[in-house]
Write a protein that binds this ligand. Structure first.
Ligand code: GRG
Length: 318
Protein backbone atom coordinates (compact mmCIF):
# COMPACT_ATOMS: atom_id res chain seq x y z
CA UNK A 1 0.00 0.00 0.00
CA UNK A 2 1.26 3.48 -0.74
CA UNK A 3 1.03 6.28 1.85
CA UNK A 4 -2.03 7.79 0.20
CA UNK A 5 -3.94 4.52 0.59
CA UNK A 6 -2.69 4.14 4.16
CA UNK A 7 -3.98 7.63 4.90
CA UNK A 8 -7.39 6.83 3.38
CA UNK A 9 -7.50 3.66 5.52
CA UNK A 10 -6.59 5.63 8.65
CA UNK A 11 -9.24 8.25 7.87
CA UNK A 12 -11.81 5.48 7.58
CA UNK A 13 -10.71 3.96 10.90
CA UNK A 14 -10.79 7.39 12.54
CA UNK A 15 -14.33 7.96 11.28
CA UNK A 16 -15.32 4.64 12.85
CA UNK A 17 -13.70 5.62 16.15
CA UNK A 18 -15.47 8.99 16.04
CA UNK A 19 -18.76 7.38 15.18
CA UNK A 20 -18.52 5.07 18.16
CA UNK A 21 -18.28 8.03 20.56
CA UNK A 22 -20.99 10.30 19.14
CA UNK A 23 -24.08 11.20 21.20
CA UNK A 24 -27.40 9.45 20.63
CA UNK A 25 -30.06 11.42 18.81
CA UNK A 26 -32.89 10.90 21.28
CA UNK A 27 -35.04 12.65 23.88
CA UNK A 28 -35.85 16.35 24.05
CA UNK A 29 -32.19 17.14 23.36
CA UNK A 30 -32.33 15.19 20.07
CA UNK A 31 -31.89 18.31 17.91
CA UNK A 32 -28.64 19.37 19.50
CA UNK A 33 -27.23 15.83 19.21
CA UNK A 34 -28.22 15.80 15.52
CA UNK A 35 -26.43 19.12 14.96
CA UNK A 36 -23.35 17.85 16.84
CA UNK A 37 -23.23 14.73 14.68
CA UNK A 38 -23.80 16.73 11.50
CA UNK A 39 -20.85 18.95 12.42
CA UNK A 40 -18.44 16.13 13.29
CA UNK A 41 -19.31 13.61 10.58
CA UNK A 42 -19.44 15.99 7.60
CA UNK A 43 -16.06 15.14 6.13
CA UNK A 44 -12.84 16.71 7.32
CA UNK A 45 -9.32 15.41 6.83
CA UNK A 46 -9.06 14.06 10.42
CA UNK A 47 -5.51 15.35 10.62
CA UNK A 48 -5.46 15.98 14.36
CA UNK A 49 -6.67 12.55 15.56
CA UNK A 50 -4.41 10.78 13.06
CA UNK A 51 -1.43 12.86 14.19
CA UNK A 52 -2.29 11.85 17.76
CA UNK A 53 -2.42 8.10 17.13
CA UNK A 54 0.62 8.14 14.82
CA UNK A 55 2.70 9.99 17.40
CA UNK A 56 1.55 7.40 19.96
CA UNK A 57 2.59 4.49 17.74
CA UNK A 58 5.91 6.09 16.92
CA UNK A 59 6.79 6.81 20.56
CA UNK A 60 5.60 3.42 21.68
CA UNK A 61 8.13 2.05 19.21
CA UNK A 62 11.10 4.10 20.41
CA UNK A 63 10.37 4.27 24.12
CA UNK A 64 11.89 1.59 26.32
CA UNK A 65 9.05 1.81 28.83
CA UNK A 66 6.99 -1.32 29.00
CA UNK A 67 3.46 -0.27 29.99
CA UNK A 68 1.45 -0.23 26.80
CA UNK A 69 -2.09 -0.92 25.75
CA UNK A 70 -3.60 -1.07 22.28
CA UNK A 71 -3.60 2.28 20.47
CA UNK A 72 -7.38 2.19 19.97
CA UNK A 73 -8.06 1.58 23.62
CA UNK A 74 -6.06 4.50 25.00
CA UNK A 75 -5.93 6.88 22.02
CA UNK A 76 -9.51 6.40 20.75
CA UNK A 77 -11.28 8.58 23.35
CA UNK A 78 -8.66 11.34 22.94
CA UNK A 79 -8.82 11.16 19.13
CA UNK A 80 -12.59 11.60 19.28
CA UNK A 81 -12.33 14.38 21.87
CA UNK A 82 -9.81 16.34 19.81
CA UNK A 83 -11.90 16.14 16.66
CA UNK A 84 -15.01 17.18 18.63
CA UNK A 85 -13.14 20.25 19.88
CA UNK A 86 -11.86 21.03 16.38
CA UNK A 87 -15.41 20.64 14.99
CA UNK A 88 -16.93 22.88 17.67
CA UNK A 89 -14.36 25.57 16.86
CA UNK A 90 -15.38 25.43 13.19
CA UNK A 91 -19.11 25.59 14.05
CA UNK A 92 -18.60 28.67 16.23
CA UNK A 93 -16.11 30.24 13.83
CA UNK A 94 -18.70 30.03 11.02
CA UNK A 95 -21.43 31.81 13.05
CA UNK A 96 -22.70 35.26 11.96
CA UNK A 97 -21.02 36.82 15.02
CA UNK A 98 -17.66 35.52 13.80
CA UNK A 99 -16.89 34.75 10.12
CA UNK A 100 -20.51 34.39 8.97
CA UNK A 101 -19.74 31.57 6.52
CA UNK A 102 -22.32 29.63 4.57
CA UNK A 103 -20.23 26.63 3.48
CA UNK A 104 -17.78 24.32 5.21
CA UNK A 105 -16.39 21.01 3.94
CA UNK A 106 -18.59 21.35 0.84
CA UNK A 107 -21.85 21.51 2.82
CA UNK A 108 -23.99 24.16 4.46
CA UNK A 109 -22.57 25.29 7.80
CA UNK A 110 -24.26 24.04 10.97
CA UNK A 111 -26.11 27.31 11.71
CA UNK A 112 -27.42 27.41 8.13
CA UNK A 113 -28.98 23.97 8.63
CA UNK A 114 -30.06 24.08 12.28
CA UNK A 115 -30.29 27.82 13.04
CA UNK A 116 -27.98 29.95 15.14
CA UNK A 117 -29.24 28.97 18.59
CA UNK A 118 -28.87 25.24 18.00
CA UNK A 119 -25.45 25.77 16.34
CA UNK A 120 -24.20 27.64 19.41
CA UNK A 121 -25.50 24.84 21.63
CA UNK A 122 -24.03 22.16 19.34
CA UNK A 123 -20.59 23.81 19.70
CA UNK A 124 -21.01 24.01 23.48
CA UNK A 125 -22.26 20.42 23.49
CA UNK A 126 -19.24 19.18 21.54
CA UNK A 127 -16.78 20.94 23.84
CA UNK A 128 -18.32 19.37 26.95
CA UNK A 129 -18.81 16.00 25.30
CA UNK A 130 -15.12 16.04 24.31
CA UNK A 131 -14.02 16.07 27.95
CA UNK A 132 -16.68 13.55 28.96
CA UNK A 133 -15.39 11.26 26.18
CA UNK A 134 -11.68 11.69 26.88
CA UNK A 135 -12.09 11.15 30.63
CA UNK A 136 -13.90 7.88 29.86
CA UNK A 137 -10.42 6.44 29.28
CA UNK A 138 -9.92 6.46 33.07
CA UNK A 139 -12.80 3.97 33.48
CA UNK A 140 -11.40 1.84 30.67
CA UNK A 141 -8.02 1.63 32.38
CA UNK A 142 -9.56 0.93 35.80
CA UNK A 143 -11.71 -1.89 34.40
CA UNK A 144 -8.99 -3.58 32.31
CA UNK A 145 -8.33 -6.93 33.98
CA UNK A 146 -5.20 -7.52 31.90
CA UNK A 147 -3.37 -4.65 33.60
CA UNK A 148 -1.55 -4.83 36.95
CA UNK A 149 -2.39 -2.22 39.60
CA UNK A 150 0.98 -0.57 38.95
CA UNK A 151 0.35 -0.38 35.19
CA UNK A 152 -3.10 1.10 35.83
CA UNK A 153 -1.60 3.85 37.98
CA UNK A 154 1.02 4.70 35.33
CA UNK A 155 -1.60 4.85 32.57
CA UNK A 156 -4.01 6.89 34.68
CA UNK A 157 -1.30 9.45 35.39
CA UNK A 158 -0.59 9.71 31.66
CA UNK A 159 -4.29 10.10 30.87
CA UNK A 160 -4.68 12.82 33.52
CA UNK A 161 -1.71 14.71 32.07
CA UNK A 162 -3.16 14.37 28.56
CA UNK A 163 -6.50 15.76 29.77
CA UNK A 164 -4.74 18.80 31.20
CA UNK A 165 -2.87 19.45 27.93
CA UNK A 166 -6.16 19.15 26.02
CA UNK A 167 -7.78 21.78 28.27
CA UNK A 168 -4.80 24.14 28.06
CA UNK A 169 -4.28 23.95 24.31
CA UNK A 170 -8.00 24.34 23.52
CA UNK A 171 -8.62 27.05 26.12
CA UNK A 172 -7.68 30.65 26.77
CA UNK A 173 -3.96 29.91 26.74
CA UNK A 174 -4.45 28.15 23.40
CA UNK A 175 -7.11 28.16 20.68
CA UNK A 176 -9.67 30.44 22.38
CA UNK A 177 -6.88 32.92 23.19
CA UNK A 178 -5.83 32.97 19.52
CA UNK A 179 -9.39 33.36 18.31
CA UNK A 180 -9.89 36.30 20.70
CA UNK A 181 -6.82 38.08 19.33
CA UNK A 182 -7.97 37.32 15.79
CA UNK A 183 -11.37 38.92 16.40
CA UNK A 184 -9.83 42.00 18.03
CA UNK A 185 -7.40 42.39 15.10
CA UNK A 186 -10.30 42.08 12.65
CA UNK A 187 -12.25 44.77 14.48
CA UNK A 188 -9.21 47.06 14.39
CA UNK A 189 -8.95 46.97 18.18
CA UNK A 190 -5.34 45.74 18.13
CA UNK A 191 -2.58 47.16 15.93
CA UNK A 192 -1.71 44.78 13.04
CA UNK A 193 1.84 43.79 13.88
CA UNK A 194 3.85 40.70 13.03
CA UNK A 195 3.94 39.89 16.75
CA UNK A 196 0.14 39.83 16.88
CA UNK A 197 -0.06 37.73 13.72
CA UNK A 198 2.33 35.19 15.21
CA UNK A 199 0.33 35.12 18.46
CA UNK A 200 -2.86 34.42 16.50
CA UNK A 201 -1.34 31.60 14.44
CA UNK A 202 0.45 30.00 17.38
CA UNK A 203 -2.68 29.95 19.52
CA UNK A 204 -5.57 29.65 17.09
CA UNK A 205 -4.12 26.91 14.90
CA UNK A 206 -0.85 25.47 16.21
CA UNK A 207 -2.22 24.83 19.72
CA UNK A 208 -4.55 21.97 18.65
CA UNK A 209 -1.80 20.46 16.47
CA UNK A 210 0.45 20.61 19.53
CA UNK A 211 -2.27 18.96 21.63
CA UNK A 212 -2.48 16.13 19.08
CA UNK A 213 1.23 15.32 19.06
CA UNK A 214 1.81 15.96 22.77
CA UNK A 215 -1.13 13.77 23.83
CA UNK A 216 0.11 10.96 21.57
CA UNK A 217 3.55 11.27 23.17
CA UNK A 218 2.22 11.52 26.73
CA UNK A 219 0.04 8.42 26.36
CA UNK A 220 3.09 6.49 25.11
CA UNK A 221 5.14 7.62 28.12
CA UNK A 222 7.33 10.32 26.49
CA UNK A 223 9.53 12.11 29.06
CA UNK A 224 9.64 15.87 29.60
CA UNK A 225 12.50 16.49 27.17
CA UNK A 226 10.91 14.52 24.36
CA UNK A 227 7.61 16.25 25.07
CA UNK A 228 9.22 19.69 24.72
CA UNK A 229 10.64 18.61 21.33
CA UNK A 230 7.23 17.35 20.21
CA UNK A 231 5.66 20.65 21.28
CA UNK A 232 8.25 22.55 19.21
CA UNK A 233 7.86 20.30 16.15
CA UNK A 234 4.07 20.71 16.31
CA UNK A 235 4.43 24.46 16.68
CA UNK A 236 6.38 24.74 13.41
CA UNK A 237 3.96 22.34 11.77
CA UNK A 238 0.93 24.32 12.98
CA UNK A 239 2.42 27.59 11.72
CA UNK A 240 3.22 26.09 8.30
CA UNK A 241 -0.29 24.60 8.18
CA UNK A 242 -1.94 27.95 8.93
CA UNK A 243 0.21 29.91 6.46
CA UNK A 244 -0.68 27.31 3.82
CA UNK A 245 -4.35 27.83 4.77
CA UNK A 246 -3.91 31.58 4.19
CA UNK A 247 -2.26 30.88 0.82
CA UNK A 248 -5.13 28.56 -0.21
CA UNK A 249 -7.66 31.22 0.69
CA UNK A 250 -6.09 33.29 -2.10
CA UNK A 251 -5.03 30.65 -4.62
CA UNK A 252 -7.50 27.77 -4.01
CA UNK A 253 -10.98 27.04 -5.36
CA UNK A 254 -14.42 26.28 -3.93
CA UNK A 255 -14.31 22.81 -5.50
CA UNK A 256 -11.02 21.87 -3.79
CA UNK A 257 -11.63 23.58 -0.43
CA UNK A 258 -15.37 23.03 0.00
CA UNK A 259 -15.81 26.69 0.99
CA UNK A 260 -15.55 30.01 -0.86
CA UNK A 261 -12.10 31.51 -1.30
CA UNK A 262 -11.32 35.12 -0.38
CA UNK A 263 -13.04 34.82 3.00
CA UNK A 264 -9.98 36.25 4.83
CA UNK A 265 -10.06 39.35 2.64
CA UNK A 266 -13.82 39.70 3.07
CA UNK A 267 -13.39 39.59 6.86
CA UNK A 268 -10.31 41.88 6.92
CA UNK A 269 -8.29 39.06 8.44
CA UNK A 270 -4.72 39.65 9.45
CA UNK A 271 -2.93 36.86 7.53
CA UNK A 272 0.65 36.10 6.62
CA UNK A 273 -0.22 36.60 2.95
CA UNK A 274 -1.78 40.05 3.49
CA UNK A 275 1.17 41.00 5.69
CA UNK A 276 4.14 39.71 3.72
CA UNK A 277 2.82 38.66 0.29
CA UNK A 278 2.45 35.26 -1.38
CA UNK A 279 6.09 34.59 -2.18
CA UNK A 280 7.34 35.25 1.34
CA UNK A 281 4.44 33.17 2.70
CA UNK A 282 5.53 30.24 0.52
CA UNK A 283 9.13 30.58 1.72
CA UNK A 284 7.91 30.63 5.32
CA UNK A 285 5.91 27.41 4.79
CA UNK A 286 9.02 25.70 3.39
CA UNK A 287 11.20 26.90 6.28
CA UNK A 288 8.74 25.89 9.00
CA UNK A 289 8.17 22.49 7.43
CA UNK A 290 11.94 21.90 7.37
CA UNK A 291 12.09 22.74 11.10
CA UNK A 292 9.36 20.21 11.82
CA UNK A 293 10.96 17.46 9.74
CA UNK A 294 14.38 18.05 11.31
CA UNK A 295 12.97 17.54 14.82
CA UNK A 296 10.95 14.47 13.81
CA UNK A 297 13.96 12.89 12.11
CA UNK A 298 16.19 13.57 15.11
CA UNK A 299 14.23 11.09 17.24
CA UNK A 300 14.74 8.21 14.86
CA UNK A 301 12.41 5.22 15.08
CA UNK A 302 9.78 4.11 12.60
CA UNK A 303 7.83 7.17 11.54
CA UNK A 304 7.82 7.13 7.73
CA UNK A 305 4.05 7.58 7.52
CA UNK A 306 4.11 10.43 10.05
CA UNK A 307 6.80 12.22 8.01
CA UNK A 308 4.71 11.75 4.87
CA UNK A 309 1.60 13.05 6.65
CA UNK A 310 3.44 16.18 7.79
CA UNK A 311 4.61 16.85 4.21
CA UNK A 312 1.08 16.28 2.92
CA UNK A 313 -0.48 18.60 5.50
CA UNK A 314 1.85 21.40 4.54
CA UNK A 315 1.69 21.02 0.78
CA UNK A 316 -2.06 20.30 0.64
CA UNK A 317 -4.46 21.96 -1.80
CA UNK A 318 -7.52 21.58 0.44
C1 GRG B 1 -14.43 29.67 17.78
C2 GRG B 1 -13.07 29.12 19.85
C3 GRG B 1 -13.14 29.25 18.41
C4 GRG B 1 -12.03 29.01 17.70
C5 GRG B 1 -11.98 29.03 16.26
C6 GRG B 1 -10.03 26.79 14.46
C7 GRG B 1 -10.61 28.14 14.51
C8 GRG B 1 -10.58 28.84 15.80
C9 GRG B 1 -11.22 28.70 13.44
C10 GRG B 1 -11.44 28.04 12.16
C11 GRG B 1 -10.95 28.86 11.01
C12 GRG B 1 -9.54 28.60 10.66
C13 GRG B 1 -9.10 28.92 9.29
C14 GRG B 1 -8.71 28.10 11.55
C15 GRG B 1 -7.35 27.79 11.29
C16 GRG B 1 -7.15 26.34 11.49
C17 GRG B 1 -7.58 25.60 10.31
C18 GRG B 1 -6.74 25.66 9.12
C19 GRG B 1 -8.69 24.89 10.40
C20 GRG B 1 -9.15 23.97 9.35
O1 GRG B 1 -8.59 22.74 9.68
P1 GRG B 1 -8.58 21.51 8.70
O2 GRG B 1 -7.99 21.93 7.39
O3 GRG B 1 -10.14 21.28 8.52
O4 GRG B 1 -7.95 20.36 9.40
P2 GRG B 1 -10.92 19.92 8.21
O5 GRG B 1 -12.21 20.38 7.58
O6 GRG B 1 -10.10 19.07 7.28
O7 GRG B 1 -11.14 19.25 9.52
Amino acid sequence: MNFKDIWAEKQKETNEVLHSFLPREEGYQRKVAEAMNYSVMGGGKRIRPILLSETYRWFRGISRRDVFVEADQICGPFMAALEMIHSYSLVHDDLPAMDNDEYRRGRKTTHKVYGEAIAILAGDGLLNFAFETASGVLDEIAEDNQLTEEAKLILMKRAAKALKVLGQKAGISGMIGGQTADILAEEGKEASTEELLLFIHVHKTAALIQAAMMIGGILAGAGEEALACLEQAALSLGLAFQIQDDILDVTGSFEALGKPIGSDDKNDKLTYVSFRGLEQARREVAQKSEETMAILRSFGGENEFLLWLVETMIHRNH
